[in-house]
Design a protein around this ligand. Structure first.
Ligand SMILES: NC(=O)c1ccc[n+]([C@@H]2O[C@H](COP(=O)([O-])OP(=O)(O)OC[C@H]3O[C@@H](n4cnc5c(N)ncnc54)[C@H](O)[C@@H]3O)[C@@H](O)[C@H]2O)c1
Length: 387
């Protein structure tokens, strides 16, 4: 099937991601069918989209005609047999392998033989979902980031069974929606959720060791590092239940590689129900008039914190390239556009010097003798070859 402007797009799951992806596809001129197994979800998604789009009109960013056009192209359907018209379907339902497999099996009985099928899963293997299909060659991962209309990145993930041309044609199709697309191997966390792990885990480790407290680590990463948010503020925002689950799943899927080990500190927050902003308490307090401690703004300490977390991130970015999870260019694009890092990690490494990065990794490894701090072979090789 050729993917073009005329392609009718189907979306299963009218939650946060499904509604956002529907908005994107419709804004790009496609007729969109949005389905949810729970009918009450559809009017909710509709009024949510109306609210978001009407705000664009109020702010003068869109005309009323544009907004009316976008809304009129989205068909909120309670009957999935309407998907017979679709040429491209994206699934954005609950993150559960059995429910996803079941949804795709039912879908395959409805759509045409040529229809391309995709999952927005963040953590499940694309190959495992594809095993439910009679034609797994027409299936792949397309991973949007939240909020989908604002975040530029989409990871395109072919499985072992995906048709050899499909990843490229899907990449071009989604790039046509104004997205930055990168190709990622079907491995746990794909690019972004794998490379970003040390942003949280090394910050937690620094806290656990008592090197610095929560506001100080956040201050260092934001004010000295230029990250949009410190790791603890960000974990509070994501929700510790969600963030801990992603870390645990990546750890398990990597056959318990100690690099990805989750933290007890975060587990205890989840157990206590301190889930972050949404529960009013996490690493910070969010109640009315809540007071949080001030950071220690000692520059030397701040630099030490930043560089420890940064070299761990860079080491992970090197590993993603070394293991062919993505190209060097895609790994840098992914981190800048999927999690808004101020610079690509590989470009950042060049800027501070590869010898410097390796020196810091070697020092950490020397100090701890833990596998978590092992320097990546590609980083070592590049330093050696430069010399
Ligand atoms: N929220 C994020 O930050 C984010 C980011 C990237 C990817 N994802 C992935 O996107 C998917 C959806 O996440 P979300 O945050 O939008 O979830 P959500 O809970 O907001 O929405 C899921 C929707 O799917 C519906 N649903 C559940 N089972 C269904 C079924 N069998 N058939 C049809 N509809 C069904 C639910 O009623 C709900 O409306 C998940 O796979 C998630 O891992 C989420």
């Amino acid at each position: 099937m050729t993917l073009d402007k005329e392609t009718v797009v189907g979306i299963i799951g009218a939650g946060t991601m499904g509604a956002g992806i529907a908005q994107i596809a419709s804004t790009n001129g496609h007729e969109v069918y949005l389905y949810d197994a729970y009918a009450e979800q559809l009017p909710k998604a509709k009024s949510g989209l109306e609210k978001i789009l009407n705000r664009q009109v109020e702010k003068g960013r869109m005309s009323q005609e544009e907004v009316d056009g976008i809304l009129s192209r989205i068909h909120f359907v309670e009957d999935i047999t309407e998907f017979g018209k679709c040429g491209f379907v994206i699934e954005a339902i609950v993150e559960n392998i059995d429910i996803k497999k079941d949804a795709f099996q039912r879908l395959e009985g409805i759509v045409s033989k040529e229809c391309i099928l995709a999952s927005n899963t963040s953590s499940l293997s694309i190959a495992s979902i594809s095993s439910a299909l009679k034609k797994p060659e027409r299936f792949l991962g397309v991973h949007f980031f939240n909020p989908a209309p604002l975040m530029k990145l989409v990871e395109i993930i072919p499985s072992v069974a995906t048709d050899s041309d499909l990843a490229q044609s899907t990449k071009e199709f989604i790039s046509g929606w104004g997205k930055i697309t990168v190709l990622a191997k079907d491995t746990p966390g794909f690019i972004v959720n794998r490379v970003a792990r040390p942003f949280y885990s090394e910050a937690l480790r620094i806290l656990e060791e008592g090197v610095a407290d929560v506001p100080t680590i956040d201050w260092a990463m934001k004010e000295i590092g230029g990250f949009r948010m410190g790791p603890f503020k960000l974990m509070d925002l994501i929700g510790h239940d969600v963030n801990y689950e992603v870390t645990s799943s990546v750890f398990k899927e990597f056959y318990y590689d100690p690099r990805f080990k989750p933290s007890f500190t975060q587990k205890r927050l989840v157990e206590a129900g301190w889930l972050g902003r949404k529960s009013g308490k996490g690493f910070y307090n969010y109640g009315e008039g809540a007071k949080n401690p001030d950071p220690n703004t000692d520059k030397e300490l701040g630099e030490e914190i930043l560089h420890r977390i940064l070299v761990m991130l860079i080491n992970e970015a090197f590993d993603a390239v070394f293991m062919n999870i993505g190209s060097a260019e895609d790994v840098d694009l992914a981190m800048q556009n999927g999690v808004n890092y101020p610079k690509g990690l590989l470009a950042w490494a060049e800027e501070i010097g590869l010898e410097n990065v390796l020196g810091r990794m070697n020092a950490l490894y020397e100090e701890y003798q833990e596998d978590r701090y092992r320097p990546n072979p590609l980083l070592k090789r590049m330093v050696r070859e430069k010399q």
